[in-house]
Design a binder for this molecule. Structure first.
Ligand code: TXA
Ligand code: MG
Length: 334
């Protein structure tokens, strides 16, 4: 159990628009070991004091997340990150280029780092990120400690890009939801593993692969993530993720009449889907990423037989979009 909050802190989830008083309250709750949902430029995070074991344990419990899947630790500056992890020239170059922003770096944990071992699932590496959102940065500065924050959804479900999504999914499991409006990027950060000599892209995300490679050279594929090694990879565990309730059909140019259609670019005149949301009529991948999760939520209705999704190019943010769609379409046990 997290430590009891002071008596003057209310126990029920509350949604407050970001502003100095809300940020101060959020920081105070985090310092008291409570869970606070906060906006970032990518998706909403479920934040807690990364140095407090009980608070970090509460994140896993609220999400229903397997404890061997480590969390990202958010900090207010690159300098603060380098106090927790050992940075090499590649990490410093990426930090300079993309922080604050949608990039997470996995690096060797410094001995004596105050971050809870539970946050990194016992690994000797740590994932760190400086978020590119004013409210998140203000909260980090006010709390004056690293904040562990996974996406603020139940494990395996679609990530939230508005405060209302968080409230619908986690409701009273959090002490406070800071409302900073819709997330600008809309897909999670790119996760780059720099803990060994070969740089690996563990998760495509908000910084395009091409942009990262322009700074540090080619990125290798994941080598089977350390935390997943030797774990049962049950259906619905690692593969299926970001899952709406409805089945997804990918790469569809002509949806069925009973389906909802997630379009991209101009829609052919003959399309007869029951409902159509266009991720970007002008084929802008950044706009499509920003709309992806909210659109999946909006189309996830029982009156449709499935969600058909248009083909989306695999360059730039398209890589992250296709990754999330592939996972959302993967078979699951639920
Ligand atoms: O944009 C984002 O990254 C959002 C916002 C809230 O910052 N956060 C997020 O967290 O997406 P989460 O927990 O949903 O995803 C964290 C990813 C997972 O794939 C996890 O396995 C990986 O980062 N990860 C964390 N620590 C790691 C480590 N030490 N080694 C390898 N992978 C790690
Ligand atoms: Mg997540």
């Amino acid at each position: 159990m997290p430590p009891r909050a002071p008596a003057n802190i209310r126990p029920i989830a509350e949604i407050l628009p970001v502003g100095p008083a809300a940020i101060r309250l959020g920081a105070r709750l985090i310092r008291a070991g409570r869970l606070v949902a906060l906006p970032t430029e990518t998706v909403y995070g479920l934040g807690a004091d990364a140095t407090n074991d009980a608070a970090v344990a509460a994140i896993f419990a609220a999400k229903g997340r397997p404890r061997f899947n480590p969390l990202i630790v958010h900090v207010a500056s690159a300098a603060a990150a380098w106090r927790l992890v050992r940075a090499d020239a590649r990490a410093r170059a990426l930090g300079r280029a993309f922080w604050p922003g949608p990039l997470t770096l996995v690096l060797p944990r410094r001995p004596g780092s105050p971050v809870s071992w539970l946050a990194s699932a016992g690994l000797d590496t740590l994932a760190v990120r400086v978020p590119g959102h004013k409210a998140a940065l203000a909260c980090l500065r006010a709390a004056a400690r690293p904040i562990a924050a996974p996406s603020a959804n139940r494990s395996g479900r679609v990530s939230p890009t508005t405060a209302a999504h968080v409230a619908a999914e986690l409701g009273a499991r959090v002490a406070l939801i800071l409302d900073g409006g819709a997330c600008r990027v809309g897909v999670e950060s790119s996760v780059v593993d720099l803990s060994g000599p070969v740089a690996r892209l563990l998760r495509p995300g908000g910084v395009a692969r091409e942009a990262i490679e322009a700074r540090i050279g080619p990125l290798a594929a994941p080598a089977g993530q350390a935390w997943a090694r030797g774990r049962p990879k049950g259906p619905g565990m690692q593969e299926s993720h970001y899952a709406p309730r409805l089945r997804l059909r990918l790469g569809v140019k002509t949806p069925r009449a009973s389906e909802a259609y997630l379009a991209f670019g101009p829609v052919a005149p003959g399309v007869t889907a029951k409902s159509v949301i266009n991720l970007s009529p002008t084929r802008d991948l950044e706009e499509a990423a920003a709309r992806l999760f909210a659109s999946l939520r909006a189309l996830d209705r029982r009156r449709f037989s499935a969600i058909a999704v248009a083909p989306i190019p695999a360059h730039g943010l398209g890589l992250a979009i296709n990754d999330r769609l592939k996972r959302a379409a993967a078979p699951r046990s639920r």
